[in-house]
Unconditional design. Sequence first.
Length: 174
Amino acid sequence: MKTLRRLLGAAVLALALPGRSIEPLPEGARRPAVADFMATASVVSGLGLRKTADFEIGAVTPGDAAGSLTVSPDDSPRRAPGGVTTAASSWGAARFAVSGGAAADMFRLRVSLPDRVVLTGGSGGEMLTAHAFTGRLVENDSGLELVVGATVDVGAGQASGRYTGTFTVTVNES
């Protein structure tokens, strides 16, 4: 009876699919399992990063000994251990607006900051070194913001003047 059913089924399929031969399943063979599935994908726009404030250590007075000055990304007061004294001036961490599809989920973002940056200036091309960069992602009314601080080393008797340098910040979706 099973053989007759298989042959009858094969004949029906042969009529339905002209030009193709269909063999009945061998005795004891199982029919293959078939399942439908749905594939989905989410496409998000690229991330954007726009500087809204520069990193500024403010005015400092060097002493007879070398020291350093730290500007933290958490808006805490500047710290100046060693032979550096802070002077009244404006100062602050660098700030960047983060935009794009993945920016809505700050826990999926990975921030890359430099290890060291050389600042040049003064009266004769002297240098300062910025290091120990730290970043903090903050949600505010405008969206997501990256705040970056660092420590700047100031030499004993460092020459006066304005020192500048550039650094690169990268934000990726992880």
